[in-house]
Design a protein around this ligand. Structure first.
Ligand code: GUN
Ligand code: ZN
Length: 450
């Protein structure tokens, strides 16, 4: 038995990265150019979802007559006249155990870790506690329209079991891993090179490729892993075809200086990971603020990705990412909230701060570029563009319905938008979880605003 659902409303999605030579199109069905536009926008569109996947999308007036048989058989069109339908957001870097410590006052990275993060993460030795936080965390992702995330657990394997079990129940696409950490951290949070290998291996075998779940080998960062542990991570990466590598890179000046001391023979920070075989197509590095040109080129040549986390970078005073330099080097960049150094689960809040980080450097982050990074660009950063990120036929139907009348100000301001670019910029500037009326994963409604 097939299940067909039809959603009518304004629809926007991306076909590739926006740039000057390939603008988007506002009425794709009338477009005369044969070049593939960066984005497609239908003011009165129709999205058809069949068995959890995208069947078709287009202009409502064109598609509706083709549905005569289905309509006669009882298909109901779900009409959202003051909404925008978007692909689900992709959060490329977040820590679920840090949900309870968002807004920890007064410290930069290294002291913040010791003062707040490490004590908090010790609580996840208790599986019941991990289950409770995992459930809250996933509900928060969905309330914010995020349907895929790459997630840090803690050093405890049970933290990952709790998260994957909860994600599986929602039918979510999620990438996660247990932290590997064998030095420069409290002993209660340390594993060893050997136990991190065996525990990670067991988790990969239990979870990787089950439903929509995928595993990321997760050394916390170079400071908390011995060279032996990083080599074990590299060994794991070579033993499994399509698992991920997820870690932090060049976030903070004191961190970079300490890495230099700990790995005196490495050419640079990224070289520490490269020497252990950790830099490849499915490697995602959070932050990457303080990189050399050499490191940018290496990231690009290995097709590795940076997770840009602007709310975190501002909150911890870590610095301003030079996005233009990474883009010019050809590095894939997604957006991350980096909860709990980041201050919001919302990719709208994240896009807003990303814009300001560029403003502080005299650059403009175009609204369509920001939204691309939060959707298809994030999917590309996670090597998932064949499955999610836009509404191409056959992709998994992860999407959100944004209520443009969610607040009096949103209703008033969006009524004055002259085109879709302006509307997107206003949503990026004013938007948060209140905008998200419904979130769908694999075609199923997994969040409905109160
Ligand atoms: N570097 C190492 N661990 C962490 C963490 O938990 N959060 C952030 N923002 N940076 C890190
Ligand atoms: Zn982080």
């Amino acid at each position: 038995m097939t299940s067909l659902a039809a959603y009518r409303g304004a629809i926007l999605h991306f076909l590739h990265e926006p740039n000057a030579t390939a603008p988007g199109v506002t009425n794709p069905d009338d477009a005369t150019s044969t070049a593939l536009p960066a984005w497609q926008y239908w003011q009165d569109g129709l999205l058809l979802v069949e068995n959890g996947h995208i069947r078709q999308l287009g202009d409502a007036s064109e598609l509706l007559p083709q549905l005569a048989a289905e309509l006669a058989e009882g298909l109901a069109i779900q009409h959202y006249p003051h909404h925008l339908i978007l692909p689900g957001f992709v959060d490329t870097h977040i820590h679920y155990p840090q949900t309870e410590m968002i807004g920890a006052y007064g410290e930069q990275l290294l002291r913040w870790l010791n003062t707040y993060t490490f004590p908090t993460e010790q609580k996840f030795a208790n599986p019941a506690y991990a289950e409770q936080v995992a459930a809250f965390f996933l509900a928060e992702l969905l309330r914010n329209g995020t349907t895929t995330a790459m997630v840090f657990g803690t050093v405890h394997p049970q933290s990952v079991d709790a998260l994957f079990s909860a994600a599986q129940q929602h039918g979510l696409r999620l990438i996660a891993g247990k932290v590997m950490m064998d030095r420069n951290a409290p002993s209660a949070l340390c594993d060893t090179a050997e136990t991190s290998y065996s525990e990670t291996r067991a988790l990969i075998e239990r979870w990787h490729g089950v439903d929509r779940l995928q595993y990321a080998i997760t050394p916390r960062f170079a400071i908390t892993s011995s060279p032996e542990q990083l080599n074990m991570a590299g060994k794991l990466l070579s033993e499994f075809d399509d698992v991920y590598l997820h870690t932090h890179l060049a976030e903070n000046h004191d961190e970079v200086a300490w890495v230099k001391e700990l790995f005196p023979t490495a050419r640079h920070y990224l070289d520490v990971y490269a020497q252990a075989g950790l830099v490849g197509k499915r490697s995602v590095f959070a932050h990457g603020i303080h990189l050399s040109d050499d490191e940018c080129s290496l990231l690009a040549s290995r097709d590795a990705a940076i997770a840009h986390c602007p709310t975190s970078n501002l909150f911890l005073g870590s610095g301003l990412l030079n996005l233009t330099r990474l883009q010019n080097a050809g590095v894939k960049v997604g957006l991350g909230t980096d909860i709990g150094a980041g201050s919001s689960f919302s990719l709208f809040r994240t896009m807003d701060e990303a814009y300001k980080v560029q403003q502080l450097q005299g650059c403009n982050l175009a609204p369509m570029q920001a939204l691309y990074m939060a959707t298809l660009g994030g999917a590309k950063a996670l090597d998932l563009e064949s499955k999610i990120g836009n509404f191409a036929a056959g992709k998994e139907a992860d999407f959100t319905l944004l209520d443009l009348h969610a607040t009096p100000l949103l209703k008033f301001r969006t009524a004055h938008c002259k085109n879709i670019e302006e509307l997107v910029f206003v949503l990026n500037t004013l938007g948060d979880d209140r905008l998200i009326e419904k979130t769908f994963a694999l075609g199923r409604c997994v969040h409905q605003r109160d």
